[in-house]
Design a protein around this ligand. Structure first.
Ligand code: BDP
Length: 673
């Protein structure tokens, strides 16, 4: 095993410099011969070779010991460390008598402990540190790639990808050199991610074959990820028995269909013994599913769960099921209701190894949505929450939009009121999943600052209680080791509030969409208003917003438990930022903030566009400064120009639209065209 370093690709948060503190020490590794333990040895050797430290042989002095608890030759310094058992992926970290100790039960924990020491830098080798136990809060911390093998005529190669082509496939075949995949695995492991689904949830004909005759490609990817403790999962089409197996049906209760899945899955495990499992998008946006056979989604998911169970695999079954051929004249059919309507009656019917994967909001990854009520409605089902690291609706990696503050709100949301369990507590056994934002771009993520979102996703999945600003601080320290306090301040100034800034200049008060149809970039207030997709704002001359109340609307508020069902039902109590998601209100309706809806729209849009310009001005101060590489500086600068242009376009279109609809002038007399 050699540590992957790829020339011409930005090292993201693992530049060689980030390993200086550890690499300058004498390091003893006491572990088994497993592949992940070999990775830890290789990492230590690589860091020490660069920074003048040394790999210590048993008996030699050392400053850091990384050891498995099962090792027969644990030195006294390690034996003295006492704490709760670290478990499968956790580790104990302590320091006394000039020695830093990382102790783990399993090699994966050792790897995570190694990266924790890297993150701490010099602080890991200073003073004393009482034993701390670190364990991941969520069992599975997973990235879903929406990568295709081929190039889709509309979506490109990576669906909703804004960072170039796939790092897995090129020209219809697997990349010959997979070093970059290994480098990616390394970046992910440093954040705590332990699972990756390699292909798009919309499974086209070529990609369907990854399950059968192209399985070798999945095995090759699994070999790269395995070294860093990451298991590979595959998106499969529900119609596989027909399109790959030549059967006449994919009906989940037919014996030959079940037998086909069992056989096929067995072959997968013969090839990839640690294969993670399947991801399925069924009966959604044209994908096949059990409804065609009069069966429900528990029947569908359980069939796959049964095929996977003997091998220890799981099926991630997506709850993103809705009618995308809705009649816009029908004000009662509500896309927000769909997942709960379909899935809540099925609670308790899913197998233990079936995980229901629920988007954080009821619609579709908007800048602001209420938390999906499905998460509260399935106490007897394993749940995973799905986020988008890829910025489909949050600026497509042309805008700076640090998403950790939003995710932190999602994970900390308490359906049953203060003091009750949070979303993160309800999803511990399922986990956290996100759509990746990575491609073959030299900065991995198109916008270099979008790397922070990928980093933050892994860190929050490991510990949902972390403070988003503190995570950003870690990322800054690792990624820009030459940067001092000035750079730190600049980046916090640009990024900490960037999600709210983005929210200010786009669709107001939780109403969502208003984006250009198809590619979803830039404003188009009525773009989806008369389409079958079910994403409406219902603006007219009197008011705007979707009535989702029980009393007069679609009844969606009734899908929440108390207290939120009442809070959302009430115009007066509903949080301002979600008012138009839940209520259709007059333009002169007064918000809790004391401003009217129409004035709020004007104010936030003027402010949001100004803030975008301020973000750009902060970055401009770094020009010519040697703490940021000039090429990276230029790349960010070019994106910021586009962000400022786009924010002004949003401001002008939204303000003008609502001025024309309402006829209400701006209270501050600013020009609205
Ligand atoms: C939407 C995307 C679409 C995805 C879909 C999904 O626009 O490309 O296929 O989500 O999650 O946000 O399946």
């Amino acid at each position: 095993m050699t540590v992957p370093h790829v020339d011409d690709v930005h090292p993201a948060w693992l530049p060689p410099e980030a390993f200086r503190a550890l690499g300058a020490r004498r390091v003893l590794v006491l572990a088994d011969a497993s592949e992940v333990a070999e990775t830890v040895r290789a990492e230590v050797a690589d860091a020490c070779a660069r920074h003048g430290g040394a790999v210590a042989a048993p008996g030699e002095p050392y400053d850091l010991v990384l050891a498995l608890t099962s090792d027969g030759s644990l030195p006294a310094a390690a034996q003295a460390v006492k704490g709760p058992e670290p478990g499968a992926e956790g580790f104990l970290l302590a320091r006394s008598g000039g020695v830093t100790v990382v102790l783990a039960d399993q090699p994966a924990g050792l790897l995570y402990g190694f990266f924790a020491v890297v993150r701490l830098g010099e602080a890991a080798f200073e003073g004393d540190r009482p034993a701390e136990t670190h364990r991941p809060a969520l069992a599975r911390r997973m990235l879903d790639h929406w990568d295709n093998i081929g190039v889709h005529p509309v979506m490109g190669q990576v669906e909703r990808g804004y960072s170039g082509g796939s790092i897995f496939w090129h020209d219809g075949v697997l990349h010959e050199d997979l070093t970059r995949v290994r480098a990616y695995a390394r970046l992910l492991a440093a954040t705590g991610v332990n699972a990756v689904a390699v292909n798009n949830v919309n499974v086209h004909a070529t990609e369907a074959r990854l399950l059968t005759d192209r399985l070798g490609e999945v095995a090759a990817l699994a070999a790269e990820f395995r070294a860093y403790g990451i298991r590979v999962h595959l998106s499969v089409t529900f119609a596989s028995p027909i399109v790959l197996g030549g059967l006449e049906t994919a009906n989940p209760v037919e014996e030959d269909v079940r037998a086909w899945w069992a056989r096929t899955t067995e072959r997968v495990y013969e090839t990839i013994p640690d294969f993670g499992g399947y991801v399925v998008k069924a009966d959604s946006e044209g994908q096949p599913g059990p409804f065609a056979y009069g069966r429900d989604h528990a029947d569908g998911a359980n069939m796959l769960a049964d095929a996977l169970a003997p091998h220890g695999g799981v099926v991630h079954w997506r709850a993103f099921v809705y009618n995308h051929r809705q009649d816009w004249r029908d004000r009662k059919t509500d896309r927000a209701r769909a997942a709960h309507d379909h899935f809540s009656p099925l609670d308790g019917r899913f197998r233990d190894n079936a995980i229901l994967q629920v988007k954080y909001g009821p619609i579709d990854f908007q800048t602001r949505e209420p938390i999906s009520p499905v998460i509260a409605a399935m106490p007897a089902t394993k749940l995973a929450v799905e986020l988008q690291v890829t910025q489909e609706y949050t600026g497509q990696q042309r805008h700076v939009c640090y998403l950790a503050p939003m995710w932190s709100e999602v994970l900390g949301f308490r359906f049953w009121g203060p003091g009750e369990r949070a979303v993160a507590d309800v999803t511990t056994s399922g986990g956290l999943v996100a759509v990746s934002n990575v491609g073959d771009d030299p900065y991995w993520t198109g916008h270099p600052l979008a790397q922070a979102n990928l980093y933050a996703f892994g860190r929050l999945a490991w510990n949902p209680g972390l403070d988003p600003a503190a995570i950003l601080d870690e990322w800054i320290g690792l990624t820009f080791p030459k940067g001092g306090e000035g750079l730190r301040e600049t980046l916090h100034g640009m990024m900490d509030g960037s999600w709210r800034t983005y929210e200010r200049y786009t669709a107001p008060l939780g109403v969502g969409f208003m984006v250009r149809p198809g590619h979803h970039y830039g404003p188009d207030v009525d773009g989806y208003e008369y389409t079958p997709w079910g994403t409406y704002h219902f603006a007219d001359r009197d008011g705007v917003g979707v009535d989702r109340t029980r009393s007069t609307g679609t009844g969606y508020t009734g899908q929440y438990p108390a207290p939120w069902s009442q809070v959302y039902e009430s115009r007066a109590e509903c949080p301002d930022e979600l008012l138009l998601f839940f209520h259709h209100v007059p333009y002169e309706h007064v918000l809790q903030s004391g401003t009217t809806v129409i004035q709020h729209i004007y104010d936030t849009h003027f402010a949001g566009a100004e803030e975008a310009a301020e973000i750009r001005a902060l970055w401009a101060k770094l020009e010519g400064d040697d703490v940021v590489d000039p090429a990276l500086y230029a790349r960010v600068r070019e994106r910021l120009d586009e962000q400022v242009r786009s924010a002004e376009e949003w401001r002008d279109q939204i303000n003008t639209y609502f001025f024309r609809k309402s006829g209400v002038p701006d209270a501050h007399g600013r020009t609205i065209h």
